[in-house]
Design a protein around this ligand. Sequence first.
Ligand SMILES: [Zn+2]
Length: 239
Amino acid sequence: MAISSISKNILSLFLRKVCPACGSRLDGSQLLCPWCELRLDRCSEIHWSSTGSSFSNPSDHLETGVAGVPVYSAVMYAGVPGEIVVRLKFNGEKHLAKAAAGMIMQYSIRLPDPGDILVPVPAGRKRKRERGYNQAALITAKLASMSGCRSLDILKKDDGPSQVGLSPSQRRQNVAGIFQMKGRCRVPDGVDIWLVDDVATTCSTIDSAAGVLLDSGALRVTGLTLAYRKRTADSIVQR
Ligand SMILES: [Zn+2]
């Protein structure tokens, strides 16, 4: 066997595509292996950021003039998406941001249009220092290249107390006022802004961050997360 074909074969072992959730081999352009795909639940409901309530038609809320923004989540948190989020967030497996963005592209019932602006929900400085990165920003960067959108990291977050074990109303109080525009950053005129995060639970984080963008002149803000976690499953560590 010629040396070039041997090295090609060795190379193909390293380049072989594997399922990001379980590591089994993938064929073609699959995002996940069939087994992991079976363990996914699409999120078919939209959630309203100011109340966390679910609905199916965004215009119902928009017409009432109630404060808040719609939040779209691609999949339910339980199972494979939750495992991917935990590994991305706590195990330093930054490569999983690509799988997370791919899942958003494949499963979300609504997606940003090319030319829209994606803004990652920021992490506090302390949290970012501990982890070395903000997983929402990693997902946003991948999502921008997959969707033809522009990513703008224009928000910053104060180091607030953890959301662990708080009730929905306590969570809202906890994140009120912790987001601001970064330095001299401005909201671009006349564009749709999508706030991107890994997980939505009460939607209070997106509500608070969206409020800053709207106060800064954004025409329209929509939340977009990989996963929606039901409020009863309250045990995992929050950002
Ligand atoms: Zn798998």
